[in-house]
Design a protein around this ligand. Structure first.
Ligand code: NDP
Length: 291
């Protein structure tokens, strides 16, 4: 069994990006990070993105509207960033507070600056197998993690747990694409799926993205499977300085011995998501500069 080291793979991508950014003369790529309110997970994600951007040489602009911001005000803020010629990428940290329509906000971002890949245009480009767009960072990170871990999906049965717009649906579409590294047979499961273990036991590659700690257990695994754990669940743990510990959707200690490869939480998919955000920002910069 091999533990896929997302930290190491993300670090090598970040090094590649750093070299690319260092070779640019003049203006550097610029990423605008919009975080509404003080959700603790969002605070830590945005900090991590800001820190990684600095390491790579990408300029970041942090915008922190109050939790009381209205939909109209947030739209105006996004419009300004869309118009600003010094901003290459825009990320609005999810989740937004419940009074804001998140999907409408994602649609408002100019598709050419949509480095998060949640705009309708970019999600549509995945379905059309058009690589000119931006692939959502977590699904893109999973595909990169698989490729760099020499997992070829061709002809494999990939079972995806979860059908969100952010992870489940785009990763299913990417695995399904008719191209090298993909070309899988894909099953998507969700909360209404019946007899889930019978389906997951057929998976050559199981991707768990449901947000339920330790949900995937040994009885749900085909021996030799590759397991990608996307879940990030915060469980109270008074022994930790932060007061919590991170746990995936997979019961790692039970499942790992059965797998050929598995990602840990933390240190698996998470760092790849940030690396892909940086890759998309550099891509946005290049596309805009070439016009
Ligand atoms: P959502 O809550 O948007 O979606 C969860 C999905 O899981 C839904 O489709 C839901 O089904 C399905 N689901 C819930 N319970 C079950 C169940 N018992 N059996 C089968 N399916 C179930 O979550 P996200 O996709 O945004 O995130 C999923 C997890 O991934 C979270 O832990 C999140 O923190 C993590 N995450 C990690 C990232 C990373 O960088 N590593 C990035 C993004 C997310 P239904 O549609 O029927 O409700």
């Amino acid at each position: 069994m091999e533990i896929i080291d997302g930290n190491q793979i993300a670090a090598s991508i970040n090094r590649e990006l750093h070299a690319e950014v260092a070779s640019l003369t003049g203006r550097k790529p610029c990423l605008a990070l919009v975080r509404v309110g003080e959700d603790p997970a969002s605070v830590s994600y945005v900090k991590k993105k800001e820190k990684t951007a600095a390491e790579i040489g990408v300029t970041s602009r942090i915008i922190l509207p109050p939790i009381t911001i209205t939909q109209g005000e947030l739209f105006r803020l996004i419009d300004e960033l869309n118009e600003n010629s010094t901003v290459d990428g825009i990320l609005v940290q999810s989740p937004l507070p419940p009074h804001l329509d998140e999907v409408a906000v994602f649609r408002r971002v100019n598709p050419e600056k949509d480095v998060d890949g949640f705009n309708t245009v970019n999600l549509g480009k995945i379905a059309q197998e058009d690589s000119s767009g931006f692939v959502a960072c977590t699904p893109a990170g999973i595909m990169e993690l698989l490729a760099r871990s020499h997992v070829d999906l061709n002809g494999k049965h990939v079972v995806v747990l979860g059908r969100s717009l952010i992870v489940g649906k785009p990763i299913a579409l990417l695995a399904l694409q008719k191209k090298t590294g993909a070309n899988a047979t894909v099953t998507i499961c969700h909360s209404a799926t019946q007899n889930l273990p019978a389906i997951t036991r057929q998976a050559d590659v199981l991707i768990a993205a449901i947000g339920r700690p330790n949900f995937v257990t040994a009885t749900m695994i085909k021996p030799g499977a590759v397991v990608i754990d996307v879940g990030i669940n915060r469980l109270a743990d008074p022994s930790k300085k932060s007061g919590y510990r991170l746990t995936g959707d997979v019961n790692f200690s039970e499942v790992a011995p059965l797998c050929s490869k598995i990602t840990p939480v933390p240190g698996g998919v998470g760092p790849m998501t940030v690396a892909m955000l940086m890759q998309n920002t550099v891509k946005a910069f290049r596309l805009r500069s070439s016009r």
